[in-house]
Every structure is written in C-alpha cells, then in structure tokens.
Design a protein around this ligand. Structure first.
Ligand code: GLU
Length: 600
C-alpha cells in the first residue's frame, strides 16, 4: 500500500499533491493518479509507472482545482494499469476515492452492488468503496456524503485508509482510517488543510498534525476539521507539533523507530503481497523467482541458510515448504554451513534469507553450495544487493528501510515471502488444489488486518510491561510452527534490552530448562488454539507447578486459558499458517515497550 495525499484550500491542489506524492516515492509504487474538483466537475489524470509519467500527462492536459486527492498505487487487486490506478470514480460520477490497503470482503460487496445494477470499470477492490458510498448516498442517506461514507466504512472488512470527495460538495474531503495497516495524518494549515498517509508528504506546508486513530473519520474543509468515530461519536484529537529536525520528523507520532517499524508491519506485508497474489483465483505470481513447473517438480530439497533473525524466519519457512509443497527442507546457520562440506546436488535449492543481501556468512554459504551444483534463491530486502544479483531467482521483501536496530518488518515480510514461495511450489507440484489456493489467498488478504489488530492491544501490553520490566530473565516457549517465534522473541529481548532470555520449543522444556523456572523467570508461552494447544496447556501447567509466572499469547475468546496463565495477551483467531507472523507482533510490542519504558 502506498501513498495518499489530499489538499483543500485556496491554492491549486495539483502541484501540491504531486510534490507530496513525490516525497513518498521511496515506498515504491506501480502507478499514480490525481483528481480535482473544478467548476462542479471531477477531473482525473492517471498513469502507470513513475510519477514523471503522470506529471507529463498533467502538463499536456492540465487540470486544476482547490480541492484535490492523489495516490501512488502498489497494486494488490488488479494489474498495474491506467484503468486500475486510483483515483476511482463512482458510476454516477459524483464521488472519487483514493485508497490504501485491502478490502477483504470486496467480492461479496461487488456481487451485491452488481446485482443492484452497478457496473465496474476496474479490477480493484477500491472501486467497491466508491460505488458503495455512491449507492448509500443515493438510496440510504439522501445524498449525505458523511453518512454515506460512514455507513460504507462500517461494511468494509480489512485494514485501510480512504480519502473521498464529492463533486456536489467541493468544500470538504473525508478521510477514514480503518485498522492499523498504515496511518492517516491531517496537516493543519492556515485557510488550507492537508491529508496524507505519511507525514513527509506534507511536512513542507505544516508542522501541525493530527493522527487519526483506527476507526476514525475526519471531515476536513479549508478552515476546519471535525473528527468522529465510525460509530458517530465526536473525537477530541490531539494536535502534534512535529519537530524540525529530520530524525524526529521521520519518527512521526512514534517514540522510537522500532515502535514505528512494528506498526509499519501491517503495511509492509501488504507491500510484499502487492502484485503477487491474485486474491480471486489464488494464483501466486513470483516472476523473479524463475520457477516453472518442471523445476518445481524436480526440486528434491530446500536448504535455507541464514543468520540471526533470518535463521529463525527460515525455521518457520521449513513448516511452509514441508506442509504446503511437501519438499524436504533443512535450515542451516550460514556461519556453520559454509564450513561443513555439505551434501548437495542440482535438485537442491539453497535459499538465502538476508535483509541487506550482503550478509557475509550467508553469501559465503551459498557460494559454497553453488560450487557443489545447487541452485540459489534469495529472499532479500535490499534491491541490487549481492544476494539478489547472484541468485537464480529471488523475491524482494518490499519492507522499506529499517532504521531500528532490531529487525521487525524484514522478519515479517520474509515469512510472508516464504509462505508465497511455498504456495507457488505447492501449486506447481500439485500438492495444493485450486480450491486450497483460493483459500490461502483469502487468508493472506487478512494478514494486514490481523497484524493491525494485535497492535490495538498496545494499552494492555503496556500494563504488562509495567509489571515485568524489572525482571532479569525470561523464558519464551512455543510449539510447532510457533516455536521459532519463541526463539525470535528471546533473541529480540536480548539484542535490544540486554535482558537475559531463552527461547525453547516447549516440548524440550522437560529436558533441562524446566529447572530454571521459578518466580523470578517469567515464561512467555504462545498458546494459541491450534493442533498443539493442549500440549501447550500442559506445559503451562508444568511451569506453574514450579511457581513460574506465565504470560500466555492466546486466541481471542479463549477464556479457559485465564485459569491456567497469570496474564493473557490475546491475538485474533486465524489460520495456523499465519499465526507465527501475528504472534510475533505481540512479542515485539511487549519487548519494545519494556525497552523504551514508555509505559512509565
Ligand atoms: N487494494 C488497492 C488496489 O489494488 C490499493 C492498493 C494500495 O494500497 O496501493 O488498488
């Protein structure tokens, strides 16, 4: 999901919006567009590729207006094309919308609208939003735009940001934030106001910002703004004065970069899926992987090699590759593997996971493997890095830059990438049916919302951090697909807080670490409701029997666990293949809060 910029005031919105979009270019996008209202008409320019194409279009066919909205798109639904680029207009020509995120239930809404006679111009999920607003305005709200937008927003499932304008009321724009897959900032000016998905877009014009909370909407005119919840309750929003120095400005509403990057994860996973998942048919498109059916069927083994956090990500990947594609998978520390004289052949894929794409041990390990005839794939964040350039196939994380010391977005997106590779392999090897492909694509579309929902528990997590920040030792436990998350949780805590922590597959507890458990070593246990839930409960009981204090990460609605654990951190119910990605977000949040002391 990419950039949104909106303007209402006395100047021509077009250059302002285009410049704002330019400042968000670093996020990556595949097409862009701008719309204004001028003399009662909506005027739109859109194009694929870089902003310069859009600028050229605006130059050869100028448009102007004192209210405008713009968008850089990272396609999730429908190929990048002019037709699918935002802004999108309603069939009756009244409303125009830009949108970031995924409408999970767009097919259901599209069917509903189609049966009412609405026709669609694009393949996007976004168009459903604008058509639904127009439909509500016409049939339910007597033309009231605010109410039509509110009612529409309540019907959208997923995490998203929307800005909408109407040609009959060119004195206002409406911005909505649903969930935590990216922010919406209002920039307060003098006789003019701005909206943007990221503050750098509008920082040149104002330092006074309001950040919409999830499920809030703002009605903005040139000299006023009114914020309410989607339930219609007025919101008294705080105005933040953004500092002048660029570092604090980059942090925006967050206390430190790790916190910011934790919150950016929902958005990063959207970016990593963008253009790669056909949410309707379930196809996974990974062009740069250079994987065809013959190769998929020939692969007899995958060796994942990586260091640190990426190694743990590979441990989760093993579950994906083995369960979904039925390929035998090993996970190896690169620093060990390179010296091990490994047994490999031309049917082995060595998969390097590296954020920077330059991790020396990982590069050396794959070089060693290639000497022995193996093929190399990489999952990498840095475009143009060695691990990308030298691979036979690669998948980019699209996580954006990571400034915080601890890797967060890169870990999450590398999990999503491995899940997509495993699904593609499974599709080509015939281990996943067409029906299952659609099912998994739908599961993937929920991921940004699910991660965002965990972040809504920030207050509950702060309360826990208050209790535990003075402890010196922690034990993290998980089972099955979630045991690597226990290892990663412990690594993160050590790495950034210098607090001692151990991570274990819970079943291993009885073979040693159980001796350590007492009231001074709190246990964080992932006990979500999956196949291994009962096993985890029994491990929690064993920890309690040794006076351990247990904090359980559990499935929302599981009240039973409250009788077993001392504290419960809930995560939404979800498919178990997604659970490592979502559970990790709760660990990251608690660690970042403990470290920053932001609960004090
Ligand atoms: N899902 C929308 C689309 O595919 C928005 C993508 C974005 O966030 O850029 O058009």
């Amino acid at each position: 999901m990419c950039g949104i910029v909106g303007y209402i005031g006395h100047r021509n919105a077009v250059p302002l919006v285009l410049d704002g979009l330019q400042r968000l270019e670093y996020r990556g996008y595949d097409s862009a567009g701008v719309a204004v209202i001028h003399e009662g008409q909506i005027k739109i320019r859109r194009d694929v590729g870089k902003l310069i194409n859009l600028r050229n279009k605006v130059e050869s066919g100028p448009i102007e207006g004192t209210i405008g909205i713009g968008h850089t798109r990272w396609a999730t639904h429908g190929e990048p094309s002019e037709r699918n680029a935002h802004p999108h207009v309603s069939m009756n020509g009244d409303f125009v919308v830009v949108h970031n995120g995924i409408v999970e239930n767009y097919l259901e809404l599209k069917r509903e609208l189609t049966s009412e006679g609405v026709t669609f111009e694009s393949d996007t999920d976004t168009e459903v939003i604008v058509q639904l607003i127009a439909h509500h305005a016409q049939h339910h709200t007597n033309g009231d735009m605010v109410e039509a937008t509110r009612q529409t927003a309540l019907r959208l499932r997923g995490a998203q940001a929307i800005v909408v304008v109407n040609k009959h009321t060119p004195d206002r724009l409406i911005a909505v934030r649903i969930g935590n897959a990216g922010g919406v900032a209002l920039g307060i000016g003098n006789g003019e106001n701005f909206v943007a998905s990221d503050i750098p877009a509008i920082l040149e014009y104002t330092r006074k910002m309001i950040f919409l909370d999830h499920a809030d909407m703002a009605v903005v005119t040139a000299d006023s703004y009114h914020i309410q919840t989607l339930q219609g309750e007025p919101v008294d929003a705080e105005i933040h004065e953004i500092d002048w120095d660029s570092v604090s400005a980059g942090r925006g509403e967050f206390q430190h970069f790790m916190q910011k990057e934790i919150f950016e994860q929902a958005r990063a996973v959207t970016d990593t899926m963008g253009g790669r998942v056909d949410f309707e048919k379930g196809d996974i498109l990974l062009k740069e992987l250079n994987l065809d059916e013959a190769l998929a069927k020939r692969i007899s083994k995958i060796v994942i090699t990586a260091c640190g956090t990426s190694y743990y990500s590979g441990l989760v990947g093993k579950f994906f590759f083995e369960q979904l594609a039925r390929v035998n998978t090993e996970v190896e520390y690169a620093s060990e593997y390179r010296y091990r004289n490994p047994i490999l052949d031309e049917n082995t894929i060595v998969l390097a996971i590296t954020q920077s794409g330059e991790t020396a041990d990982t590069l050396a390990a794959v070089a060693e493997a290639r000497k022995r005839g193996a093929m190399m794939w990489s999952v990498v964040n840095a475009i143009g890095s060695a691990a990308m350039r030298t691979a036979d196939g690669y998948v980019l994380m699209n996580a954006g830059p990571e400034i915080g010391v601890a890797s967060t977005k890169a870990f999450t997106t590398s999990l999503v990438n491995q899940l997509m590779i495993a699904l593609r392999l499974g599709q080509l090897r015939g281990t996943i049916s067409a029906e299952q492909s659609v099912f998994f694509a739908q599961q993937l579309s929920q991921l940004p919302r699910l991660i965002g929902q965990v972040l809504e528990f920030e207050d509950q997590i702060k309360a826990l951090a208050t209790v535990f920040h003075n402890y010196k030792d922690f034990l993290f436990l998980g089972r099955g697909i979630n045991y690597p998350i226990a290892l990663e949780g412990a690594l993160k805590l050590k790495e950034i807080s210098y607090i001692h922590a151990e991570g274990y597959p819970a079943g291993e507890m009885k073979h040693g670490p159980i001796a350590l458990i007492d009231e001074d070593m709190p246990v964080l246990a992932i006990a979500i409701q999956d196949d291994l839930y009962e096993k985890m409960i029994s491990q929690i009981e064993q920890a309690k029997a040794r006076n351990g204090i247990v904090i359980a990460v559990a499935t929302e609605g599981d009240t039973f666990i409250q009788s077993k654990a001392d504290h419960v951190l809930y995560v939404p119910a979800m498919n178990s293949f997604l659970s490592p990605i979502v559970s990790l977000a709760s660990f990251e949040l608690i660690i970042s809060i403990i470290v920053s002391g932001s609960f004090l």
